[in-house]
Design a protein around this ligand. Structure first.
Ligand SMILES: Cc1ncc(COP(=O)(O)O)c(C=O)c1O
Length: 488
C-alpha cells in the first residue's frame, strides 16, 4: 500500500493489536498502582501502531493542507504573508517562552523592556501618542477603541452621542464592534469611485454622532483620497474617528494615521507584523491613541521609570482606563515576533514592505483586468478586488473559480467579500511573493477564464485533484464529524 492510500485510512484503521511505536526503558523505581482504578476504562480504543507508520500518517496528513510554507496564499483581507522563521526563534528563547505572566516585574525586566520598545515603535509607525498591547485580536482592539470613545464622551457629559458611522466598505468586524459597545450603527455608502460618499456622510453629522470607524485602505483595497476631509467633518460634528489599521501592510513607512486626523486605531500584528495565523489565532490587536484618548487605553501599559534599578520597567494602569481586556499583559509571543520583525527590517525595510505589497497587487490587477471585471478602474493598494461576473454569465461562479484554483496549486482568494461587489474575488498577494509566483497565479486565473468558456463543467466540478472534492461547508462547520467509532 502506498503512502497516499495509507493516508486515506484513518489512524485507528491502521491499528494492529500488539504493535508499539516506542520502547520504554526498564523501571528504575518501584512500580506504583495507578490511583483510582475505578476511573480507568478498558474499552477505550487507542491506536496500536509503529513509529514510522505514525510519522508517515501525520506527515502525509499535514501535506494535504495548504499553508504559506507550501503554497501561494492570496486570501484577501488576511495578509497571509511569509513569516520569517527568525521571529519564531526569538519567541522560543527560554527567557521569553518560559516566563510566567504572574512573575514579579523585577524578574521579567527584559520582557517588559521589549514591550516598552514595541509600544513606542507602534506609536511612531502610526503617528499616535501611546500604545496598549493588551488586546488579543484585531476585533478586540476595535472594541477597546470604541469603548474608549464612548468613555471619552461620557466623561465630558456627552453620553447621548450614541451613533457610530461605518462605511459599507469597512471590515465586517467594525459594525459588529460598534454594536457590541452599544452604539447605533449607521452605514455610509461608497460613491461611484469607491470612496466614502461625502454627501451621505454630511447628512449623518448630527449632534448624536459619537464617531466613525474607517477601514483604511478599505476592504475594496482602495485608499480614500478624501480621508482628511472625512475626518474633519466628523470632528466638526463633535465625533471622534477610529481607524481600522489592520491593512497597514499597504501604508507602512509611508502614511501615519495620526497625521490623517484619526484619534484611535488598532493594528493587526498577526497580519502586518508577521505571525503565523489562521483558524482564529494567535493574534494581537494593539491600540494606539492620540493624547485625548491616551488616558483611556486598556491596562496594563509598560512604563519606564527614570531611575535605574531592578524595577526600571513597570506595569501601569492609564488614569481613565477602560479596564483590563485580557488575563495577562497581551499575547506575548506575538509581541516578540512583531518586535523582531520591526528590528530586523528597520525603517527602510518597513517601507519596502508597503512598496512591494502595493506593487504586487497592482501587477495582478493590470494582468487580469481584461479577463475579470474590475469594479473600480483605478490603482489599488495591497489587495485587489476583481469580480467573476463575466464568468458567471458563462455559468461559472466565483466560488467555482476559487475551487479550480486549488487544482492549480493555489490557495483560493477571499470570495464574496466585500459584500458590495457582486461575485467578488479579493486577492491579496502580499509583498513576500516573487514575480514568478505571481505570473504562475495570473496564468492559472487566465486559464480558468478560458476553461469557463470552453469547458465550464470542468470548473463547475472543481476541485479534481485534491484528497477531498466539494465539501458541505455549512455541515462541516455546524456538525463536524471528529470522533472515530469502531464499526462492528
Ligand atoms: C481590515 C480588518 N479589520 C479587522 C480584522 C479583524 O481582526 P481579527 O481577526 O484579528 O479579529 C481583520 C481580520 O483579518 C481585518 O482584515
Amino acid at each position: 500500500m502506498n503512502t497516499v492510500d495509507n493516508n486515506r485510512k484513518l489512524l485507528m484503521e491502521q491499528s494492529v493489536p500488539g504493535r508499539v511505536g516506542t520502547v520504554l526503558p526498564d523501571l528504575d523505581v518501584p512500580e506504583q498502582p495507578l490511583p483510582g482504578q475505578e476511573l480507568l476504562r478498558d474499552e477505550v480504543d487507542l491506536p496500536e501502531i509503529t513509529e514510522p507508520e505514525i510519522v508517515r500518517y501525520f506527515t502525509n496528513l499535514s501535506r494535504m493542507n495548504f499553508s504559506i510554507d507550501t503554497h501561494f496564499y492570496p486570501l484577501g483581507s488576511c495578509t497571509m504573508k511569509y513569516n520569517p522563521k527568525i521571529n519564531d526563534e526569538a519567541a522560543f528563547l527560554p527567557g521569553f517562552a518560559a516566563i510566567h505572566p504572574q512573575q514579579p516585574v523585577g524578574q521579567v525586566q527584559g520582557a517588559l523592556e521589549l514591550m516598552h520598545h514595541l509600544q513606542n515603535y507602534l506609536a511612531e509607525i502610526t503617528g499616535m501618542a501611546a500604545t496598549s498591547l493588551a488586546s488579543l485580536a484585531g476585533a478586540q482592539g476595535e472594541l477597546c477603541g470604541i469603548l474608549m470613545i464612548q468613555k471619552y464622551h461620557r466623561d465630558r457629559g456627552d453620553g447621548d452621542r450614541l451613533k457610530m458611522l461605518v462605511p459599507d466598505s469597512a471590515h465586517g468586524t467594525n459594525p459588529a464592534s460598534a454594536a457590541m459597545a452599544g452604539f447605533r450603527v449607521v452605514s455610509i455608502p461608497t460613491d461611484e469611485n469607491g470612496n466614502c460618499d461625502l454627501e451621505a456622510l454630511k447628512k449623518e453629522a448630527t449632534p448624536d454622532l459619537a464617531g466613525m470607524m474607517i477601514t483604511l485602505p478599505s476592504t475594496l483595497g482602495l485608499f480614500d483620497p478624501t480621508i482628511v476631509e472625512v475626518n474633519r467633518l466628523i470632528h466638526e460634528a463633535g465625533g471622534l474617528v477610529y481607524a481600522d489599521g489592520a491593512n497597514m501592510n499597504a501604508l507602512l513607512g509611508r502614511v501615519k494615521m495620526g497625521d490623517l486626523g484619526f484619534d484611535v486605531m488598532h493594528l493587526n500584528l498577526h497580519k502586518t507584523f508577521s505571525t503565523p495565523h489562521g483558524g482564529g489565532g494567535p493574534g494581537a490587536g494593539p491600540v494606539c491613541a492620540q493624547p485625548n484618548l491616551q488616558p483611556y487605553l486598556a491596562a496594563p501599559v509598560v512604563e519606564k521609570r527614570a531611575e535605574e534599578g531592578p524595577e526600571r520597567f513597570v506595569l501601569s494602569t492609564p488614569e481613565k482606563t477602560i479596564g483590563k481586556v485580557s488575563a495577562s499583559h497581551g499575547n506575548f509571543g506575538v509581541l516578540v515576533r512583531a518586535y523582531t520583525y520591526i528590528r530586523t527590517l528597520g525603517d527602510a525595510g518597513l517601507k519596502l514592505v508597503s512598496e512591494n505589497a502595493v506593487l504586487n497587487a497592482n501587477y495582478i490587477l493590470a494582468k487580469l483586468k481584461d479577463k475579470y471585471l474590475l469594479p473600480f478602474d483605478r490603482p489599488c493598494m495591497h489587495e485587489v478586488v476583481l469580480s467573476a461576473n463575466w464568468q458567471k454569465a458563462k455559468g461559472v461562479r466565483g466560488l467555482e473559480t476559487a475551487k479550480r484554483l486549488l487544482d492549480y496549486g493555489f490557495h483560493a482568494p477571499t470570495m464574496y467579500f466585500p459584500l458590495t461587489v457582486d461575485e467578488a474575488l479579493l486577492i491579496e498577494p502580499t509583498e513576500t511573493e516573487s514575480k514568478e509566483t505571481l505570473d504562475e497565479f495570473i496564468e492559472a486565473m487566465r486559464a480558468i477564464d478560458q476553461e469557463a468558456t470552453e469547458n465550464p463543467e470542468l470548473v463547475q466540478n472543481a476541485p479534481h485533484t485534491l484528497p477531498v472534492r466539494r465539501l458541505n461547508e455549512a455541515q462541516a462547520a455546524r456538525r463536524p464529524d471528529l470522533r472515530w467509532e469502531r464499526k462492528e
